[in-house]
Design a protein. Structure first.
Length: 416
């Protein structure tokens, strides 16, 4: 006779076990997914920052004038002062740790469509540099060349343009070298074009920058002897902080600024910035491993618990197998295989899903612009994650397997 209630009970038991196994496996899936996704995200953050700072010398710094915060030698508090050519010469002569020093002029507020060539126009940034600036903030050249010493000595009206400026003012494939463009009402001859890329320079995006010889822009923009900013690079065995302190002391002495005035001279230490970024990336990676591994470990505990429940529910089955002569190793292998299967399937699905999500983020942001992956995990990380899954999956089944092995046939057969 067909017993509907009995079959309903069996169906509910099977469904409950499947749901329980699914939720347990999902804990492992989510744990390894979080681990891989966080590691890939941390690596992506590191690659993005490295891309933005690519080319900038890590042993360099920037300095520019500020506003005094102390009265000194008859000068009132709150006085503005300006870096000039003489400061640069004195610093270059007296600070022995300097490898390169390059003053810059940066007209800070470009007008709309300030670059024109024929009927083409666009808004660009303008910067006046020395030729050695390329050693502090490396320029990747697509066409022509960068500035040289003769350009500065002869005050030549030449310019080096970024890749986006080239796209604004020239047709695709057109040779820009030797062509004239008008920037802020002044004509310059193009001598070079920078390669595309997402990296930044000290004055904004390199792709939108028009670089003019420092001496030329200083004359044409009526700067006199004034300098907006200067960049300095230390020798390999010299601390940037030490070099920075010496340069600051010279500037304060030249402009009658109180020696202990902390606001009068502004600066950015690129060496310190790189160290801070390194600490940030390290902290993100450590956090990724802690959060990811903690979540994964919770999932593994769930697997171990579910296998304990499974062993208890199958006590009679295990007892019958023992009574029929099954060896303890056979019982242990069965339980550990089930534990390993749940962990491995969920774990490898979690790794695959995390890699898929990271790839989608890569494609969506298109941060590299050339198809190079930024949010990614390396092969070693994948191998380590796989080994963690295998090891933890095996360990999760050890406790339940030993419990199953200790089941006595007589007690198991008598258990309801």
């Amino acid at each position: 006779m067909f017993d509907l209630d009995r079959w309903n009970e069996i169906f509910i038991t099977i469904s409950r076990n499947k749901l329980r196994s699914f939720l347990t496996a999902f804990g492992v899936f989510w744990g390894i997914f979080m681990l891989i996704a966080l590691i890939g995200g941390g690596r992506g953050l590191e690659n993005l920052i490295a891309g933005q700072l690519d080319g900038i010398a890590s042993n360099s710094c920037l300095m520019w004038n500020g506003r005094t915060s102390e009265a000194y030698k008859g000068f009132r508090k709150g006085r503005w002062w300006t870096v000039n050519n003489r400061d640069i010469d004195i610093i270059k002569t007296n600070v022995k740790g300097i490898e390169e020093i390059s003053p810059m002029i940066m007209p800070w507020s470009p007008t709309d469509d300030n670059a024109v060539r024929g009927e083409k126009k666009g808004t660009v940034l303008v910067q006046g540099n020395f030729a050695n600036y390329d050693k502090i903030d490396r320029q990747t050249i697509k066409f022509g060349r960068y500035l040289n010493d003769m350009d500065l000595q002869e005050h030549r009206k030449v310019c080096f343009i970024g890749s986006r400026v080239y796209e604004m003012l020239f047709n695709r494939g057109e040779n820009p070298i030797g062509q004239d463009i008008r920037v802020d009402g002044i004509y310059y001859k193009v001598i070079g074009v920078g390669e595309g890329g997402e990296n930044m320079t000290f004055n904004g995006d390199k792709k939108e920058l028009v670089t003019i010889p420092f001496t030329t822009i200083q004359t044409l923009y009526n700067y006199g002897e004034n300098v907006d900013v200067f960049a300095a690079m230390a020798k390999p065995d010299v601390s940037v902080s030490e070099m920075q302190e010496q340069m600051e002391a010279i500037l304060k002495l030249n402009h009658s600024i109180a020696p202990h005035d902390r606001q009068a001279v502004n600066s950015i230490n690129i060496e310190t910035l790189f160290k801070q970024i390194g600490y940030l990336v390290l902290g993100v990676n450590i956090l990724a491993w802690i959060v990811g591994f903690g979540t994964l470990f919770a999932g593994i505990i769930g697997v171990s618990n579910i296998m304990m429940v499974t062993v208890r529910e199958r006590t009679q089955e295990i007892g019958i197998r023992r009574a029929l002569g099954a060896k303890p190793a056979s019982i242990m292998t069965q339980i550990m295989s089930e534990s390993f299967a749940i962990t491995a399937i969920a774990g490898f699905l979690g790794i695959s899903f995390a890699v898929l999500i990271l790839q989608m983020v890569d494609l969506g942001l298109d941060v590299s612009g050339n198809g190079t992956s930024v949010f990614q995990i390396n092969f070693l990380t994948s191998v380590v994650a796989a080994l963690i899954i295998i090891i933890l999956g095996t360990l999760a089944g050890l406790g339940p397997a030993f419990r199953a092995m200790k089941i006595k046939p007589i007690e198991a057969l008598s258990e309801e």
